[in-house]
Ligand binder design. Structure first.
Ligand SMILES: Cc1ncc(COP(=O)(O)O)c(C=O)c1O
Length: 459
């Protein structure tokens, strides 16, 4: 009989202690932070599922590569190794390093968008939306209808609604659509993958109108593995081959290497268009750095070069996808409503269904995040009305499309017993869910308000 248990495909060489706090301490910390877990010091967090971005553990090969880092201002061999690694998977002509994903977005949109433009995406991530809107363009989400129904099963819930894409281009006119984006996997839509069939269909529409297609590539390797598992015709292809095919349909990409680059910092912007790339490099020099380092240090470029390759190893991807699903399946089996099927990098609890007595305008996702912290020192993040809703000039709060609570799993960091602990804490909060109350927003910043918002508990 073949062994069925899927294990962490690594052993641990260096450990980092995590600190227990008491319930009373956590209640005080939470109140001092205005019920916003971003404002709690990480020393006071036991299990940190705030994000999978930049929080992964690097391999011994990555640490070794960092020692090779060449910190020359111009023409460093570290840049060459980084560029070769990116091009071997993504194939684009121009590879522009940035300090992280949002810097790539800012440069891309600054060069390509202007006031009145429309940029369709399956779902814009928060920084993507903010950087797009900062240029005066409209960031338009076109997910398939199934994506907005958390309990609905669908193998590729991250797909874009291609009929609506075609209608949008028809309605606003080609000249107002400078680019189309596809986010793989769709983070804000539940970490759900996009199929190759959908990438091809989106590309066909774009090509008909001569509009470039860009991929937000943060989790390209996880997306490629889902294609291998779920899309007919790809079972015998390697994640690398599938990723190469995904990028063949695109004209460029933005990437936060803090995800499937398995690095703690870094990102890049790619393009096949010489004119666009030149304008991007000019802007890069203004705010990020010379085009052969662009923000990260030479050693960070080395870590990314190795990480991009490790992220597409099949044993790593199998462990990654199966261990994330382990958390989702265990809480769902006890009745906790989650976005189905489990995503690649995170489990999303449907906070509206978990706390149906709390209206969306009283932030059920933020309230649930606070309770998981009080119960067990777990940090998670709301992806809902705080992140995507809006308060109008009259002070009226408008709900976001869903209220989700994201439990993002850092790469290669937590073991199965950590996740068993998380399951136990969530189920304890689930048992006392009727006693949880909503929150009122007392402070918000003009952009990306979720990072610094403050709340008070409603009686
Ligand atoms: C889909 C997606 N796009 C862009 C970004 C922005 O990347 P960064 O945090 O490196 O700026 C993120 C970060 O979480 C993301 O998930």
């Amino acid at each position: 009989m073949p062994i069925k248990t899927i294990i962490e495909p690594f052993r641990i060489k260096s450990v980092e202690p995590i600190r227990q706090t008491t319930r009373e301490q956590r209640l005080k910390l939470l109140e001092a932070a205005g019920y916003n877990l971003f404002l709690i010091p990480s020393n006071d967090i036991l299990i940190d599922l705030l994000t999978d971005s930049g929080t992964g553990a690097m391999s011994s090969e990555q640490w070794a590569a960092m020692m090779r880092g060449d910190e020359s201002y111009a023409g460093s061999p570290s840049f060459q190794r980084f560029k070769d690694s990116v091009q071997s998977i993504m194939g684009f002509t121009h590879v522009i390093p940035t300090h992280q994903g949002r810097a790539a977005e800012r440069i891309l949109f600054s060069v390509m968008c202007k006031n009145g433009d429309v940029v369709p995406n399956n779902t814009h991530f928060d920084t993507t939306r903010a950087n797009c809107e900062f240029t005066g363009a409209e960031a338009l989400d076109l997910p398939i209808p199934e994506a907005l129904k958390p309990a609905r099963q669908h193998p590729f819930k991250g797909n874009m609604d291609t009929a609506r894409l075609a209608q949008t281009i028809e309605r606003v006119g080609t000249r107002r659509v400078p680019l189309v984006m596809l986010t793989v996997t769709n983070n804000s839509g539940g970490g759900q993958p996009v199929s190759l069939a959908n990438i091809k269909a989106v590309k066909e529409i774009c090509a008909r109108h001569n509009i470039p297609l860009y991929i937000d590539a943060c989790r390209f390797a996880e997306n490629a593995y889902f294609i291998k598992l779920r899309e007919p015709g790809y079972a015998n292809k390697s994640p690398r081959e599938i990723a190469q095919e995904m990028f063949r349909y695109a004209d460029g990409c933005t990437m936060s290497a803090k995800k499937d680059g398995l690095a703690n910092i870094g990102g890049f912007l790619c393009s096949n268009d010489d004119t666009v790339a030149q304008a991007e490099k000019n802007l890069l020099i203004l705010t990020e750095g010379f085009p052969t380092y662009g923000g990260p240090a030479g050693r960070d470029l080395e870590a990314i070069a190795v990480g991009l390759n490790e992220a597409r190893h099949e044993d790593y991807l199998q462990y990654r996808i199966v261990s994330t699903a382990y958390l989702g399946n265990h809480i769902a089996a006890a009745g906790v409503p989650i976005v189905q099927p489990p995503g690649g990098h995170a489990i999303y609890i449907d906070a509206r269904a978990f706390l149906p007595h709390i209206p969306a305008t009283e932030f059920p996702g933020v309230a649930l995040a606070a309770e998981l912290y009080v119960e067990g020192g777990i940090r998670s993040v709301e992806i809902g009305t705080l992140m995507f809703g809006k308060r109008d000039q009259n002070g009226v709060e408008h709900a976001g499309p869903m209220d989700l609570l994201r439990l993002a799993i850092p790469r290669r960091v937590y073991t199965q017993s950590h996740i068993d602990y998380v399951v136990e804490v969530i189920l304890e909060v689930w048992r006392r869910r009727e006693k949880i109350c909503g929150l009122a927003l007392t402070y918000q910043a003009p952009f990306l308000r979720h990072f610094t918002a403050r709340f008070r508990r409603l009686a």
